[in-house]
Every structure is written in structure tokens, then in C-alpha cells.
Design a protein around this ligand. Structure first.
Ligand SMILES: [Zn+2]
Length: 403
């Protein structure tokens, strides 16, 4: 070991190596700081009187599997210029941390591939130490996302954890980054976001939201110039929910034979036809369920038909298509379809706006899956702030999305 190796391998610079002690599977390096390198940590003066020292141990990079500590008697000095009496600043560690900056960087590198627990075990420190290292790193880089560049955003709520508590998330559709996380659902959690957005003078052009009145009102109030897009993902989701409601009501009226067929058809109805599993005969089972139930069949085919709305060559064609669809739905005589026709008619502008801004919260759904993975982890609700920071960093996927 040498002073030079101390610097190059352990990131400890400007200190002298004194000795190495091997003790109970650990390696301890003792170092000292040359007198002439001492500075007052308050004013930077070199005019100092010694006032003893404070023995401290810092965790450093391991050697092989061996934990390494750096023993350093941090000099205490009295300053002749400013009168302060205190420990000199330690260059290789953050204030009040018992590990070196190099140790911290190494833990962050490992965190890209390993769980917090695995990193902690590998480095022989507690889970909390690694979590704290991650938390401070996330805090530094993601706690205050920049909003000034936002042009197209999506707003959505997500249910998190076993108790299905809601978070409201704002996604930058340009970068895919989560730029805001609020507690709860509806428009209230968005208030801090609007406040921050206003101060940046961002020119948001388009917002993808579901058809709930709460978001509609909030966007109209805070982004009056932005185009609202009721996006495809939410329209299909709403349709599927109503389709699922339709099935049990038909079920109650059905004969025993029909019941047997209808049983288990729910997932088939919700699947896109191209995803039906041939090996499990899903297409045939679906066809049989539809044959026995005219309303269900009509609803199903109109649902499939509606998907074509998002594949039209332009806005005028899409407008005509929507008009036609609404007419077909009303003519079907199926109450659920009539209701859906009313909903779509009431949101016509926002639906057609897709042809001005081809955006969708579907992008947020991809992020949603990552969020679900995150929320299954133990720390999901033990530390809400940590969880929110992880959400704000989710597009970077810099940490292993496990344990
Ligand atoms: Zn001083």
C-alpha cells in the first residue's frame, strides 16, 4: 500500500498512508493529513493552532470480499483568523457520512444491477446505508424536474400497493420521463404541478387525459391554450369496463347452457382478436359465446370496429367514421352501446384532437408497469418520498427494479 495507491484505487487524495492492519477479516488503512494541508473549514485560513483530533472510521472500497476501512484522526484546529474551533473538512467523504465518496459511487454502480439488499450484503453494510446512498443520489438528480421544456404531457392516476392508494402522475410525452407525482387522485393532487408549471412559462400544446370531468376542468383552467386529447387507451379501457358489466347482466337472464358458455368468456372479450390463443381454442370459445348472445356479440364487434377510429387517414375521415360508429351503436338497441355512443359524442373534439396531436397516455401505461413492479417492493410504502423519487427517475431505469 502506498499514498499513491490510496489515491488511485480508493479516491483518497492529499493524505499520507501510515499503516495497514488486518483484523478479523477486515483491512484497516490508517492515514494522516500533513500539517501544511490543513485549512480552516469555516474560512479557509492556514493560520491554525492544533486542538486535538477526532478518531473516525470510513468504509472504503472492499478488496475482494474483504471490507476495508480508513482510520483517520480528523484534526481539530483553532483558527487565528475567524476564531472557529472545529474539525477540518474531510475531502474524501460527504459531511456526516461514515463512508467514502468512492464507496458511495461503487454502491450506486452496483445498484444498477442488484437489489438494495444484495448490495448491502455484498458490501457488508446495512440496508439503510444503501437506501440512503440511493436516496441522496435520486434527490440530487430528480427531486425537482425541469418543466420549462414541456410541450406534450399525459396525466393519469395509478393505483399503488395492496391497499390501492392512488398517485397522480404527469408524464412528459417528449422524453417519457415522469415529471410530477402527486398524492391521491382527481384534480387536487395536481395543484403543486400547476403552480410550478406556471413559474416556468412552459408552452404546453397538448394534454392526453381520460374522459373524467375532473381532469377536463383542471386542464381547461390551468392550460387554456392546450389541446385536450382523450386518448385511445382510456376509451378502450372504458369500453372494456362497460363490456364486462354487460356480461354478468346477460348472464343472469341466460339459460344453463348459455351460462356454461358465457362462463370464462370475459377475458376473451377483452382480448384483441390477434392475441387469442389458438392452442386453447379461444377463438372458437369466443365465437360460441357471441353466437348465443346477440347483445354481447354486437357490443364486441362494435368495440373491435371502434379501434379503426385511430387508424383513419386524416381528421375529416375520422370525423365521418366516428359519426358512423355512433349511428351504428345507437341503432343496435343495446343500452350499453347507446351509453357509449353518448359518451363519445360528448367528447368528440377531444377524440378527434388525436389527429392534431398523436399522443396517448398509453405511453404512461408502459411506465405504469414499471411502477407496479416498484410498488410490489417492500419499501413502496415504508418511505413515500423514496418511492416518489424512484418514480421520477423511472425513465432512467438506473436501479435494478427489484427488492
Ligand atoms: Zn477560520
Amino acid at each position: 500500500m502506498s499514498t499513491s495507491l490510496l489515491y488511485h484505487a480508493f479516491g483518497v487524495r492529499g493524505y499520507q498512508y501510515i499503516r495497514t492492519v488486518y483484523e478479523a477479516g477486515r483491512v484497516r488503512f490508517a492515514i494522516r493529513q500533513p500539517r501544511k494541508a490543513l485549512r480552516c473549514s469555516a474560512c479557509g485560513s492556514r493560520s491554525l493552532r492544533p486542538r486535538g483530533a477526532v478518531e473516525r472510521l470510513f468504509r472504503a472500497l472492499p478488496i475482494g470480499g474483504r471490507p476495508v476501512t480508513i482510520d483517520f484522526a480528523v484534526p481539530r484546529v483553532g483558527c487565528s483568523d475567524c476564531g472557529a474551533i472545529r474539525q477540518v473538512a474531510v475531502g474524501f467523504a460527504e459531511p456526516r457520512r461514515s463512508y467514502t465518496k468512492a464507496f458511495e459511487r461503487y454502491a450506486l454502480d452496483l445498484s444498477r444491477h442488484m437489489t438494495i439488499r444484495a448490495v448491502a450484503e455484498h458490501l457488508g453494510v446495512s440496508w439503510d446505508v444503501i437506501k440512503d446512498i440511493q436516496r441522496r443520489d435520486l434527490q440530487r438528480r430528480f427531486a425537482r424536474p425541469k418543466l420549462g421544456h414541456l410541450r406534450r404531457i399525459a396525466i393519469d392516476e395509478i393505483a399503488v400497493g395492496k391497499r390501492r392508494r392512488f398517485l397522480t402522475v404527469v408524464l412528459d410525452l417528449g422524453s417519457g420521463a415522469v415529471v410530477f407525482v402527486g398524492e391521491g387522485k382527481g384534480s387536487d393532487p395536481l395543484e403543486p404541478f400547476w403552480w410550478r408549471l406556471r413559474r416556468t412559462k412552459a408552452k404546453v400544446e397538448a394534454v392526453a387525459i381520460d374522459m373524467s370531468p375532473a381532469y377536463r376542468r383542471a386542464v381547461a383552467e390551468h392550460l387554456p391554450g392546450a389541446t385536450v386529447v382523450f386518448d385511445r387507451f382510456h376509451v378502450v379501457k372504458l369500453f372494456n369496463e362497460r363490456l364486462s358489466d354487460l356480461r354478468p347482466s346477460l348472464h343472469r337472464q341466460a339459460t344453463a347452457e348459455k351460462k356454461a358458455v358465457l362462463k370464462g368468456s370475459r377475458w376473451l372479450l377483452l382480448k384483441n382478436p390477434e392475441n387469442l390463443d389458438a392452442q386453447r381454442d379461444e377463438a372458437a370459445r369466443l365465437a360460441e359465446a357471441l353466437r348465443l348472445n346477440r347483445p354481447l356479440a354486437v357490443a364486441y364487434f362494435l368495440k373491435e370496429d371502434l379501434r379503426r377510429f385511430w387508424g383513419q387517414p386524416g381528421k375529416a375521415m375520422a370525423d365521418r367514421f366516428l359519426e358512423g360508429w355512433i349511428g351504428r351503436a345507437r341503432a343496435s338497441g343495446v343500452a350499453m352501446l347507446g351509453k357509449m355512443a353518448d359518451t363519445l359524442e360528448g367528447h368528440r373534439d377531444g377524440l378527434l384532437a388525436y389527429y392534431d396531436h398523436r399522443i396517448s397516455t398509453g405511453q404512461l401505461e408502459g411506465t405504469n408497469n414499471k411502477i407496479k413492479t416498484l410498488s410490489r417492493q417492500a419499501y413502496g410504502f415504508r418511505d413515500r418520498e423514496f418511492f416518489k423519487l424512484k418514480l421520477l427517475a423511472i425513465h432512467e431505469a438506473r436501479y435494478a427494479l427489484v427488492g
